[in-house]
Design a protein around this ligand. Structure first.
Ligand SMILES: Nc1ncnc2c1ncn2[C@@H]1O[C@H](COP(=O)(O)OP(=O)(O)OP(=O)(O)O)[C@@H](O)[C@H]1O
Length: 305
């Protein structure tokens, strides 16, 4: 697979994001960078703050402090409407599809096209078909099928197609394969990859390391509300990601390769110690892993892209 295009300007860049619920600080000084044409996996243990971060990005939660940059411009995102206007769409785990409506009706739900007062069914059907064809989706037999008759993978596909229908630039997928079997997972991951190959920025929340290594270009790890690493997927091993998720650090890696330097030259970011990175969590009693970047090719899972 060819390397995805890397743009000098991130599509989305968050700086110093803090978010508390009452006395509980859930996000601390979070930096997060997302590039167009790439899949960024957002990983972290239960309660690490992934959903909260996504809800801040999508305008559901206001942040307490921090900066929000989109396509190189400082922006304010105070509501889901603001996020949608920028081209940010989130596909949540519940998919928010209506079983008793067909695929076209679901894709345009709440944003129906009309000619005067009359629904423009032909245009909506055509746009839905074009969107699915653009994503090379061939698993859906009829656009007029009720969503209740679709498999889990097909439902996920419809939800993703719905998200990209609106000239989206960033699509955030919350555990899109969590409820799927092996074959459907593979199909959805292919679709995720295609979104990025079509130039979209994709953020994939996942607890499944096989999915993360199969499809992502970069991995961002949250630990107790802090962004402890953003690295290229090819620069980290499965075991190191698990260590970041469970301990908040791992040894020998440049943990900021993704958020500061879009330079595709892998040597240009080497040599930074995790302990030097602002926001890196040092966990007392956790040994620094005896690994270095030279070892990172030796992924024991063999699952790196
Ligand atoms: N509305 C809220 N009010 C108070 N605390 C909250 C709220 N939403 C989330 N939290 C707390 O914030 C922390 C982070 O939760 P969040 O759901 O963002 O984690 P997560 O990484 O998405 O976890 P999971 O993988 O289990 O979905 C948790 O301790 C959670 O209890």
């Amino acid at each position: 697979m060819s390397a995805p295009p890397v743009s000098a300007t991130p599509l989305l860049e968050l700086r110093g994001i803090d978010k508390s619920f009452g006395p509980v600080q859930v996000l601390r000084d979070v930096a997060f960078t997302v590039q167009p044409g790439e899949v960024t996996a957002l990983v972290g243990d239960n309660g690490a703050g992934k959903s909260t971060l996504v809800k801040c990005i999508s305008g559901i939660y206001p942040t307490d402090s921090g900066e929000f940059w989109f396509e190189g411009r400082a922006v304010n995102v105070n509501s889901p409407r603001d996020a949608a206007a920028l081209g940010i769409e989130v596909v949540y785990q519940d998919l928010a599809l209506c079983d008793n409506l067909d695929i076209v009706q679901n894709m345009f739900l709440g944003r129906e096209k009309r000619t005067g007062l009359v629904l423009d069914e032909a245009t909506m059907e055509q746009l839905a078909a074009e969107t699915l064809a653009g994503l090379s989706v061939r698993t859906v037999k009829s656009l007029r099928q009720h969503v209740s008759s679709l498999s889990g993978g097909q439902r996920q596909t419809v939800a993703i197609a719905k998200a990209v229908l609106w000239n989206s630039k960033l699509v955030i997928l919350d555990e899109p394969t969590a409820a799927l079997g092996v074959a459907q997972t593979a199909q959805v991951l292919e679709l995720v990859r295609r979104l990025a190959d079509n130039g979209l920025a994709v953020v994939l929340i996942s607890h499944n390391m096989n999915d993360v290594f199969a499809v992502s270009d970069r991995i961002a790890a949250l630990y107790l509300g802090q962004m402890v690493a953003q690295v290229k997927t090819t620069d980290i091993t499965h075991a190191q990601v698990v260590e970041l998720i469970t301990a908040g650090r791992t040894g020998g890696l440049d943990l900021t390769a993704a958020d500061t330097d879009p330079d595709p030259d892998p040597d240009s970011t080497a040599g930074t110690d995790a302990a030097d990175i602002p926001g890196t969590v040092g966990t007392p009693g956790v040994e620094t892993a005896d690994t270095d970047t030279a070892d990172s090719d030796a992924d024991p899972t063999g699952a790196t892209r």
